[in-house]
Each structure stands twice: as structure tokens, then as C-alpha cells.
Design a protein around this ligand. Structure first.
Ligand SMILES: [Zn+2]
Length: 255
């Protein structure tokens, strides 16, 4: 690694608070996500038919259509795909970089309806279009590089070790929870997508209240990585006047 590159990395490290920093390209998002998604499909019990499968595909199709309308440059570059994993006790869903998503059957009763499920999937689609996954991996890489440069004066001169580190960080980074600001950003874009798709965004308030009441006992997995609190519900309520007109004018709305 040459000197100018190191100084630019140090500059970037000084800016780890800037969450938008991303070392990866959109193509990296697509490749990284597709690879991880293949692994998910190989290791999990994935459904390919039935009412749960149909519901998830139906809601996803409408939301992806909306995301393509709202954020065409990024949403049109992804090959969107969602799978349904049979795990009735797992209240969870996730989106890998590049638009590869998974929904666990355990979250479907909490969603309760297509509109409730659109809250979950709109939020996940937003993590993908906002490229939060690789932003998070970048932050992990910056922290790691910063520690090495500052404490050990390690100079990374070998392309292979860089690649290895990128792989390790991608694995670790993709498993980490999103930050609170990523969560709120995903909530906001997700509401826009669901409203544009013709799902009533007011449903988001009830959905997050149901998730919050679920956490009264053992917290469901999605809650442990998706902090549900009064701030989140308050932000949603504040955004409703902005997104309701999108819902009312959507092709699918008020049916
Ligand atoms: Zn999230």
C-alpha cells in the first residue's frame, strides 16, 4: 500500500463518525450479497411455495416496484430476491447488500397483514438502497486499519492480505447490528416505499408497538438488532404527514 493511499485511509479513519463512507462499489454490494445469499439458501430451510411464500413474494414485488420508482438509479441496479425461512420462533428478517433478503416465518404473525409485512420489508429494502451493509463493513475496516496503523505501524503492502482482511471484515461486518441512525434512515425510506406501493404507512406505528410488546419477555432477535423505542415510533408519527399523500395518490392505495 503506497503512502498516498495510507494518508487517505487515515483521513477516512478520522471520519469514522461519517456513516456515509463506503469503500465498496455498487457492484461489490451485488457480488457480496449474492455470495452470502447462496450460503443462506444452502444452510436454511427455505420455502418455495405455500401461503407464507406467496405473501412475502407479493408484498416484496410491490415494494421493489415502489423503490424502483423512488430511487431508480440504485434500485434498478440490484437483482432483488427474497426467500422465506421456516423458523416459527425467529422474529427476524434481513437484507444483504445488493437486494437479497430473507424473512423468517416467526415475524409473519407479528406483521399480521400485508401492510404490516410491508413495514418489515420496506425497512429491509431501504437498508439495501441506502447501502448500509457495506457502509458498516467500511467502518469496521477503517477501525481495524486505524488500530493497526496507530498501534503497530503495520504497513500493508501485500494485495493478498488486503483481500483476506476484506473478506474477514465483510463476514464480521455483515453480522453486526446497524447503528441507530442507520435504523432511523431505513425507517424513513421504508415508509416512503410502503406508501408509494399503496400500503398504509400508519400501520408502521401499530407494528412497532407490537414488536415492543414482544420484547417484554425474551427479546426477539430483530429487536435486539433493531432498537424499538419511543424515539422510533415518534419519528414515524412525525413522518406520517409527509408520506400519507404518497399513499393516497398511489395506484394501489385506498383499495
Ligand atoms: Zn434495520
Amino acid at each position: 500500500m503506497n503512502l498516498p493511499k495510507i494518508s487517505s485511509l487515515l483521513l477516512a479513519f478520522a471520519c469514522t463518525a461519517c456513516q456515509g463512507t463506503n469503500f465498496y462499489s455498487v457492484n461489490d454490494d451485488i457480488k457480496m450479497g449474492a455470495q452470502a445469499f447462496d450460503e443462506v439458501k444452502e444452510t436454511e430451510e427455505v420455502l418455495y411455495s405455500g401461503p407464507e411464500f406467496d405473501q412475502v413474494q407479493r408484498v416484496t414485488a410491490r415494494l421493489v416496484e415502489a423503490a424502483r420508482k423512488v430511487d431508480p438509479s440504485i434500485a434498478n441496479s440490484f437483482n432483488w430476491e427474497v426467500c422465506v425461512i421456516r423458523e416459527d420462533d425467529t422474529v427476524n428478517a434481513f437484507c444483504l447488500p445488493g437486494g437479497k433478503m430473507a424473512v423468517y416465518t416467526g415475524i409473519l404473525p407479528v406483521a399480521g397483514s400485508d401492510a404490516g409485512l410491508a413495514v418489515v420489508l420496506g425497512h429491509e429494502i431501504a437498508h439495501a438502497t441506502l447501502r448500509h451493509g457495506t457502509q458498516r463493513v467500511t467502518q469496521g475496516a477503517l477501525t481495524q486499519l486505524g488500530i493497526e496503523v496507530f498501534t503497530q505501524s503495520v504497513e500493508i503492502s501485500d494485495d493478498e492480505s488486503e483481500r483476506e482482511m476484506a473478506t474477514i471484515l465483510a463476514e464480521v461486518g455483515l453480522g453486526l447490528p446497524f447503528s441507530r441512525s442507520h435504523e432511523l434512515e431505513a425507517d424513513e425510506a421504508g415508509l416512503t416505499y410502503m406508501a408509494t406501493a399503496g400500503y398504509n404507512p400508519e400501520e408502521a406505528v401499530g407494528f412497532w408497538q407490537r414488536m415492543a410488546s414482544k420484547s417484554a419477555g425474551a427479546p426477539p432477535e430483530w429487536l435486539s438488532t433493531h432498537p424499538s423505542d419511543s424515539n422510533r415510533i415518534r419519528q414515524i408519527q412525525e413522518l406520517l404527514p409527509k408520506v400519507m399523500p404518497l399513499y393516497k395518490s398511489s395506484e394501489h392505495g385506498l383499495q
